[in-house]
Design a protein around this ligand. Structure first.
Ligand SMILES: C[S@@+](CC[C@H](N)C(=O)[O-])C[C@H]1O[C@@H](n2cnc3c(N)ncnc32)[C@H](O)[C@@H]1O
Length: 258
């Protein structure tokens, strides 16, 4: 199998499992660069990762639209200091890690999770993928100041990019935004997964989830440039004209000056 081999992720087109939803969309019968760029050995690890998590979970990873957005941002701008809040089984950490290795940027991804089992699982895969020099899986809460200090220490500076994909709870997301906006480097970016109406259901406290936190945070921070895609998406079944993830995504750009 060679990079770009058409059989790679195209095989998931007929897989009915919810996690493969992107591959079943009309017209997505191609291999996105997040997968076609991988070496055969990397692709083999990712296949094994899918096989294991298909069998026993957990399944909580983002999908092709968000990882492709992150892929483009990181690769196109040589972003070398990234903090990810919420690692789960390690899908994004693996795919970002392989990109960072191609870019030759060691110590570039600080992946945080408060669940020790998730840390153990994702760490095992990071080692299996040979990415220990590029990715640190850290156990801790995104709401703890010490996590910011650990991120700065590992990354050797403030993160340029912060990816929020953790509890999905309104109160915690608001606190996370306050804490990590302060930590992000001037000119840096925060990317929030799950800003849609549909994804507000993931908030176990039933207080409006990431969508409400983002909406309120934006109002009190007019100095930051913000954008959301699909914040009005209500279900996985409804049409999404441009951005294909019904969970939506939010962007916060911290000004370089001021
Ligand atoms: C949706 S999953 C993350 C998926 C991951 N970003 C990916 O695409 O592969 C959410 C993870 O956030 C973790 N989490 C929840 N609240 C957190 C917090 N306050 N601090 C750190 N991790 C948290 C959970 O344990 C869970 O593993």
């Amino acid at each position: 199998m060679t990079p770009g081999d058409s059989s790679r992720s195209r095989g998931w087109k007929d897989n009915p499992h919810p996690r493969y939803w992107w591959h079943r969309l009309p017209g997505t019968d191609y291999v996105p660069p997040v997968y076609s760029d991988l070496s055969d050995a990397e692709w083999a690890v990712l296949r094994e990762w899918y096989a294991e998590t298909d069998r026993s979970g957990p399944i909580g990873e983002c999908a092709v639209p968000l990882i492709s957005l992150l892929h483009g941002l990181v690769m196109g701008n040589r972003i070398s200091r990234i903090a990810q809040l919420g690692t789960c089984a390690g899908y994004s950490a693996l795919l970002l890690g392989w990109m960072l290795r191609r870019m030759n940027t060691p110590h570039a991804l600080f992946a945080l999770d408060l669940d020790p089992a998730m840390c153990e699982l994702s760490r095992r895969w990071i080692i299996r993928a040979g990415l220990q020099d590029f990715v640190e899986v850290a156990e801790g809460s995104s709401l703890d100041d010490r996590s910011i200090m650990s991120a700065r220490k590992y990354l050797n500076g403030n993160p340029e990019l912060v990816i929020l994909d953790s509890s999905h709870e309104y109160q915690s997301t608001l606190a996370e935004l306050d804490l990590w906006y302060g930590a992000v480097a001037p000119g840096g970016l925060l990317v929030l997964h799950d800003v849609s109406e549909f994804a507000a259901e993931f908030d176990v406290t039933r207080e409006g989830g990431v969508r409400r936190a983002f909406a309120e945070w934006r109002k009190i921070h007019p100095e930051a440039e913000t954008l959301s895609l699909n914040s009005d998406s209500r279900s996985m079944e409804a049409a999404r004209p441009l951005y294909k993830d019904a969970c939506g995504v939010g962007l916060i750009h911290k000004p370089q000056y001021g």
